[in-house]
Design a binder for this molecule. Structure first.
Ligand SMILES: [Zn+2]
Ligand SMILES: [Zn+2]
Length: 328
């Protein structure tokens, strides 16, 4: 198969030919038809994340069809369309796994980070961590649901069901999905984009935001909660200043630049600051059931697999509206 591999952080991905991966017990082999490009892939490629298996095939927003079954797989059949997310493996026995918080597992395996991912023509995955994908959407349109959608959804849940006025900082792939779900839930969206990024501002308005402005602007109303998707530490005190007493600020990214010090009085008043880490399989079940009801649609820009480096560059430079998706 053809694959794009990272040999060393800080270097471009390399196009290689390698043997098709063979599914072990409990695994499926999947012919990849689309793989989303997530900001986390950038953090892997750049070396911001330091527990990468090397070499690694990145990519954890994988859509494909089951092409072979390992021993003991009963939930899937050949030809099934399935999705493979970031959470690729858990130990099943640590205190987190046993208490419904498998997203915090002590011995996890993440797709495209420790487990070879979807920047390839084929991949294998633990069947227990794959999800059937139904509906009429194309494979490319579904790919961003597998991380931007899932992590975005978990972030939205953490923002609290009663948060009606919701700030979103950074309006990329995750935000454009979350905004649709939030609108469906009768919430108002206040979108903060990079100062001067008129395309992102317009995109947010097109996706139903009540207001969109630069992150250097003050919110026009007091917010009940805010989600920060941009990996920019100074947005944390900005968001804390924008939320009301008792408001919640959720950091949805896996990596962020340092947060500047801030006065205690912007946290005072029982404001809550928290991160969201990874996903549970229950998040995936809940979100993939909800998405068709909204219905969530995604705006994608497709790139041939061999142009993975160009797709990553476009994401890094803020040149995308919506989500990049690689097509093998
Ligand atoms: Zn565990
Ligand atoms: Zn991701």
């Amino acid at each position: 198969m053809k694959a794009m591999i990272l040999e060393r952080p800080g270097t471009p991905l390399k196009a290689v030919e390698m043997p098709d991966p063979v599914p072990g017990p409990g695994q499926v082999q999947v012919a990849v038809t689309a793989c989303g490009v997530c900001r986390t892939d950038l953090h892997v490629v750049d070396g911001d994340l330091t527990e990468t298996k090397l070499p690694i095939i990145p990519g954890h927003e994988i859509v494909g069809s089951v092409s072979a079954l390992g021993d003991g797989v009963e939930d899937f059949a050949l030809g099934d369309r399935i999705g493979i997310p970031w959470l690729g493996h858990t130990c099943g026995c640590c205190s987190y796994c046993r208490s419904g918080a498998e997203n915090l597992c002590d011995e996890p395996g993440f797709t495209g980070y420790q487990i070879d991912g979807g920047y390839a023509e084929m991949t294998v995955a633990d069947a227990d961590f794959c999800f059937p994908l139904q509906g009429d959407h194309s494979d490319a349109e579904l790919a961003p649901l597998l991380c931007a959608g899932l992590i975005g959804y978990r972030s939205l849940v953490m923002a609290g069901a009663e948060a009606r006025r919701l700030g979103i900082y950074g309006f990329g792939a995750a935000a454009h999905i979350v905004a649709q779900v939030a609108r469906y839930q009768q919430r108002e969206i206040y979108a903060f984009t990079s100062p001067g990024d008129d395309a992102a501002r317009q995109f947010a308005l097109d996706m139903g935001a009540a207001w969109a402005g630069g992150s250097d602007q003050e919110a026009p109303v007091e917010l009940d909660a805010a989600i920060i998707f941009a990996p920019v530490g100074p947005l944390v005190p900005a968001a804390l200043r924008a939320v009301r007493k008792g408001g919640i600020v959720v950091c949805g990214g896996i990596h962020m630049s340092d947060i500047p010090s801030f006065p205690y009085n912007i946290l005072w008043g029982e404001r809550v600051l928290r991160s969201v880490a990874n996903l549970t399989r229950q998040d995936a079940i809940d979100f993939l059931a909800l998405a068709p009801q909204v219905p969530v649609t995604t705006q994608v820009e497709t790139f041939p697999l061999q142009q993975a480096n160009a797709a990553l560059r476009a994401l890094r430079n803020g040149e995308l509206t919506g989500a990049a998706v690689l097509i093998p």
